[in-house]
Design a protein around this ligand. Sequence first.
Ligand code: ZN
Length: 146
Amino acid sequence: MFRIKYNYKRTFIGNISKGSDLYDALTQIVTEEDIRTGKIMAIGAVSEGVIGFFDQKLNTYKKILLNSEHEILNCSGNISLKEGKPFVHAHIILGDKEGKVFGGHLMNGTKVFACEVVIDEYSGEDLYRERDDLTGLFLWKGKNLV
Ligand code: ZN
């Protein structure tokens, strides 16, 4: 449960270039625009994908490599602060030529074929991540988070 309220501030809409690393491109946008809190939505296609599955016992991400073209059926994520900088956390669902889907945590190595992205920015108090001892993950923390 959490209790922070934000106000809508701005929306950015654009394309990500063919050949770009999707995660790096999203990070570049939020860094350049200094978006500290927000929401990301993207659709399009990739030439290859790298998605992660967090192994809760080993406390690490297992990488799933997709070495062929896929549709980005959905990529959604959020923006908050990690170590003082805007940080993107996104998940992605990729579909193959038969419509089969793979999904997971968006990781570096996902190469864009074409991508349309919409980012909403919110204003309000900073939302930041800190390492959580119970999960080993960097989760949202803050004085108003319950
Ligand atoms: Zn994730």
